[in-house]
Design a protein around this ligand. Structure first.
Ligand code: ADP
Ligand code: ZN
Ligand code: ZN
Length: 682
């Protein structure tokens, strides 16, 4: 009997690997790097990842525990995949195990192997994929063809920005580039996998259907948080075993195991949902670029409004820029954008419940012509606050620095931050006044108002509240596509990506607040959002007797330069100006940032911790800003503060963070803290 020592990464906050003994009888195969292993940890048994296999270790053997079982039925995770996790761990300042293990499907981490064995068997039985010839793809226009050829023909690491206006047919470019790469790989008996990332689960069904009809013989796997555990395991395994050739997923898919990855596509690359906002706060877009670099493969970042980071790389020549300037469908043109001036004194715009006469007239016309309209309002619920006119009471959440939002349909006041909810009071809790009023408007209220204005119209609201049930979002979008809806009201859920065929009007209700946000990214985001939602209109040619496509934005600041840029659909100028501002103000992408957050029962404790964090370390060349309370200071009875750290060099910041984190860990403070690298919400 011989022993070997397994170095195992575990999902713990401790930043090192753990040693376990694994006895080998004569003829036993040695465990391999990348295999999963069940080990005792404290009083539990947990799943770990073998990072190294050694003959000896410094620790005396009798002090080491024995591993329980190696999951030999699963092919080991590749060194490239482990390197990806190691990079993410290093860059985002997390232990390797906290990156690698939670990313694996839950069933794979389970103590029993039943579901793993079943899944492996099922996949082995699955018909070998026969590569049928793809059904006819539409003829690309010249710009699309040039883009598809450039992407598929690229050698090695080739980051490309596909900068195309909404409706320019970026999806078609992705699919035909993918087709070229798949066709190649069939000839050479060199399997290829293609990863397509989309920002929203709700965009996967349309794209999935598209991909399936184009590539009938090619196995497709989807990966997103909406899958049941069993499905997730099957899809993950199909990708890991190389059976799935096209992998379609949301941000979490970037950490999946893809042994034959040959092309990565990041659709709507500017979208904030590529950034994970808890736990490992990674940017899937950034990791995708790293992964493409690691594997020396092409990557496409597609957008009509690229992030300034990506735009900057394209301008400086680090990324190649491919442009699609026109809509792909014949005679479809970008909608005309009009601003409805809510402040104009004479003649003053008549308003009905927050909706202007101009917009109402435009909606009426669409209903008469059997066309669809979309109203965009990024606020769910009925009204953001309930208030008492006579004493000034407002519906504050007692646990958060936020209002309780009125949800009239289910008769609740609800906090969107901590989940607290209560019945709607009949009278003011402070003075007893029975006439308490909702202030402001959310999607439910707009829906109610519109139904009063247009009693005959078929109105559908799509937001997080109306789509809680699994599959309900899909049903809702399907009914819009089938033409069963006249007016669609929704939050950002409806703004992205959807290819509506009969929609000629987009109304935007309340975008102004973002103009004056103290987050320097707010205007970039608002611009992208407006361009995205505007892009849902006019995706086919104007019909005879039909309306020209149109976007109407209700605003109090029609003179604002952001709106002028939106009217001209001029992202180039807008982005160049923003970049210049960022450079002058030393903001990203000309500066690298990290954010240390602290949470405590009292604000002072959190702030004190952050001051200590500054004092505990040398920080030459690093700018430590003053610790401040977060904008939303209190959530669920916890006060939160933050400290922004900046440096003009990424490596210098990285080196500093490494030392800083280990010092902070040693402080063993009872304050809960977390570090975010490249924060997006400051
Ligand atoms: P984007 O993602 O750039 O907003 P889409 O990929 O959704 O645009 O394409 C917009 C519409 O144009 C879709 O209905 C698509 O089927 C159509 N389309 C794309 N390319 C072509 C083409 N070459 N000829 C005709 N229609 C096209
Ligand atoms: Zn009152
Ligand atoms: Zn709350």
């Amino acid at each position: 009997m011989e022993n070997c020592i397994l170095k195992v990464a575990l999902d713990t906050p401790l930043d090192f690997c753990f040693d376990y003994v694994w006895p080998l009888a004569e003829g036993d195969a040695r465990p391999l790097i990348g295999q999963l292993v069940l080990v005792p940890f404290g009083r539990r048994e947990v799943m770990g990842l073998i990072i190294a296999v050694h003959e000896t270790t410094d620790v005396p053997l009798e002090k080491l525990k024995q591993a329980i079982a190696v999951r030999t039925q699963l092919a080991p995770l590749s060194p490239e995949w482990i390197a990806l996790c190691a990079f993410a761990a290093d860059y985002y300042q997390r232990p390797l195990g906290e990156v690698a293990i939670p990313g694996l499907p839950k069933n794979l981490r389970a103590l029993k192997t039943t579901s793993l064995d079943k899944a492996v068997k099922k996949l082995a039985k699955a018909d070998a994929v026969h590569d049928a010839t793809p059904i006819a793809m539409p003829q690309l226009n010249a710009a699309q063809q040039a883009a598809a050829d450039a992407i598929a023909g690229a050698q090695g690491f080739a980051p490309t920005l596909l900068y195309g206006v909404t409706g320019s047919g970026k999806t078609e470019v992705y699919l035909q580039a993918a087709a070229q790469i798949l066709a190649h790989s069939i000839d050479e008996h060199n399997p290829a996998q293609i990863l397509i990332l989309v920002p929203e689960i709700n965009l996967t069904p349309q794209l999935e259907a598209n991909v399936r009809s184009r590539f009938p013989g090619v196995a497709l796997a989807t990966l997103h948080s909406g899958l049941a555990e069993g499905e997730r395991m099957m899809h993950w395994l199909a990708a890991h075993l190389g059976q799935a050739r096209i992998i379609l997923g949301t941000r979490l898919a970037i950490l999946s195991s893809l042994p034959h990855l040959k092309l990565i596509i990041v659709d709507e690359e500017h979208d904030p949902s590529y950034k994970q906002q808890e736990g490992l706060r990674y940017s899937a877009r950034d990791l995708a670029v790293w992964r493409a670099h690691q594997l020396s493969i092409p990557i496409v970042l597609g957008s009509a409004t690229p992030s300034l980071e990506t735009w900057h790389h394209a301008q400086s020549g680090r990324y190649r820029k491919l442009e699609l300037r026109e809509r792909a469908v014949k005679d479809a043109v970008l909608p005309k954008v009009g601003l409805i001036d809510l402040e104009r004194k004479a003649p003053r715009e008549q308003m009905v419940e927050g909706i202007s006469a101009t917009l109402i007239a435009a909606l009426k016309l669409r209903i008469e012509r059997g066309e669809q309209s979309l109203l965009f309002l990024n606020r769910r619920g009925y009204a953001p606050v309930l208030s008492c006119d006579s004493c000034g009471w407002v519906s504050n959440c007692t646990r958060c620095s936020a209002y309780l939002v009125l949800h009239k349909l289910d008769k609740r006041l609800r906090c969107h931050h901590c989940g607290y909810e209560q019945r709607i009071p009949r009278s003011c809790p402070d003075c007893g006044n029975v006439d308490i009023q909702p202030l402001g408007r959310g999607t439910q209220r707009v829906e109610e108002n519109l139904q009063m204005i247009f009693p005959e119209a078929r109105i559908l609201r799509i937001d997080a509240d109306s789509t809680r049930r699994k599959g309900s979002a899909q049903e809702a979008f399907d009914s819009v596509h089938r033409g069963e809806v006249d007016i669609l009201i929704g939050t950002q859920m409806v703004a992205k990506g959807h290819d509506f065929q009969n929609l000629t009007l987009v109304g935007v209700l309340n975008p102004d607040t973002a103009l004056f946000s103290h987050d320097y990214r707010a205007s970039e985001r608002l611009f992208a959002q407006l361009m995205q939602v505007a892009g849902r209109a006019g995706r086919v040619a104007q019909k005879e007797g039909g309306s020209a496509s149109e976007v109407l934005i209700q605003t109090r600041y029609p003179q604002h330069p952001l709106y002028s840029a939106v009217r001209k659909h001029d992202y180039d100028t807008f982005a160049s100006e923003l970049l210049e501002e960022r450079q002058q103000a030393c903001f990203p992408p000309f500066m690298y940032q990290a954010l240390l957050r602290a949470e405590a029962k009292e604000l002072k404790i959190a702030l004190d911790f952050l001051h200590q964090a500054i004092a505990c370390v040398e920080h030459d060349g690093i700018t430590m800003n003053d610790p401040i309370p977060m904008t939303m200071t209190r959530v669920a009875n916890i006060d939160r503060a933050q400290l922004l750290v900046e440096c003009s060099s990424r490596p210098a910041l990285q080196a500093f963070l490494k030392i800083w984190i280990s010092t902070l860990r040693d402080m063993k403070s009872r304050v809960r803290w977390s570090l975010e690298v490249d924060p997006v919400d400051i």
